[in-house]
Write a protein that binds this ligand. Sequence first.
Ligand SMILES: Cc1cc2nc3c(=O)[nH]c(=O)nc-3n(C[C@H](O)[C@H](O)[C@H](O)COP(=O)(O)OP(=O)(O)OC[C@H]3O[C@@H](n4cnc5c(N)ncnc54)[C@H](O)[C@@H]3O)c2cc1C
Length: 380
Amino acid sequence: MNHVSAEITAFCDEIARFLRKEVDPRSRLIEESDAIPEELMQLTRKMGLFGLTIPEAYGGSGLNLAGKCAVEEVMGTTNYGFATVIGNHTGISTAGIVALGSEAQKKKYLPRMATGEWVGTFALTEPQAGSSPSDMRTMAVKKSDRYVLNGEKIYITNAGIANVFTVMAVTDKSKGIKGISAFVIERDFKGFSIGKNELKMGMHGCTTAPLSFADCEVPAENLLGSEGMGYIQAMKTLTAGRVTVSARCCGMMDHLIKRCVEFMKVRTQGGKKIAEHQGLQWMLADMAVQRDAARQLTYRAIDVLMKGERGTMEASVCKLYATEALGKVVDCAVQIHGGMGYMREVGIETIYRDARIVRIYEGSSEIQRNIIGSLLLKED
Ligand SMILES: Cc1cc2nc3c(=O)[nH]c(=O)nc-3n(C[C@H](O)[C@H](O)[C@H](O)COP(=O)(O)OP(=O)(O)OC[C@H]3O[C@@H](n4cnc5c(N)ncnc54)[C@H](O)[C@@H]3O)c2cc1C
């Protein structure tokens, strides 16, 4: 991949070996128990996976976007719930503190987030504010040395296991999106509670839960950056997040194609291997073309963002294409496996359910189309 050093490639190989040895054999357990076993969490901490993107000065590996995406491609080849716990923590959930945090905030939170002792979350969505986060109602009112938060968040990834919550709330309603600020909230802050883990179609093992703030008292020093920077930072975080989601989709497509090739070479019907059927070969070819196109669009977005440009268009294009391509590729993978594709034991049906989320979160396909369309219309 562009911008990826030999050192990062070697690190990715090491991660792949870890996934094959420690995660894949526990995948069915994760799926059925809807939790990551504690011994796997411990092994993951030891592997340093929680600190991937945290700067080295705070105990992490300091990966840039290209490095993070290289790891996401590898993570796409294993259990999706596990990949999401790590991907979310090392992506949108630490990005705000890394980008906006004061030295004191970084020193307090990042070292423990790098080791995985503390898991992070990113909380933007509310019951009335999903695709349109600017409709946010959670309020943060300054009272001397603290802010008092009231409101609700929903569908928050990692909430069930997290200690550190980057929460967006309105500090000045009259300023619209420029009146939205970001706060770091700790699990045991007074007035803060975490609801029950949702039961989901897929992404098992990764908790998703609502958050509630009832006169929740947050020390003023837990404001990230200055008032009004929350929405702007959240959008920057989501732009990079969309590219990392695309990278993971590429890894998932890679994995599915390999699984199909293996299966087609051994499954025999009517006296010949199903690999000999041109119809299935063409299906496989279309899967590979979509994976390769998604990868090139992802690399283009990485290039643009790594140059320090905004990259809104490129991030939306790759997120839209890669997530929709994954939907088609996983559908073909089920078809190629026939009845086996529908059986729990084989694991393709798990990926079929897991893959559905990527067209919804971090901006749905419709929202990506809105962004792309409106940017095209703004061009001369
Ligand atoms: C498993 C899971 C994990 C999540 N994790 C997090 C998290 O960690 N943090 C967080 O903050 N959020 C998280 N989310 C929330 C996620 O980002 C939202 O669900 C998503 O943005 C869509 O919002 P919504 O569910 O309210 O749907 P809605 O916004 O109500 O959308 C419903 C439908 O209308 C369409 N639609 C809405 N507006 C428009 C428009 N302007 N033009 C065209 N179509 C439109 C949508 O595309 C969709 O098809 C998560 C969600 C899920 C399901």
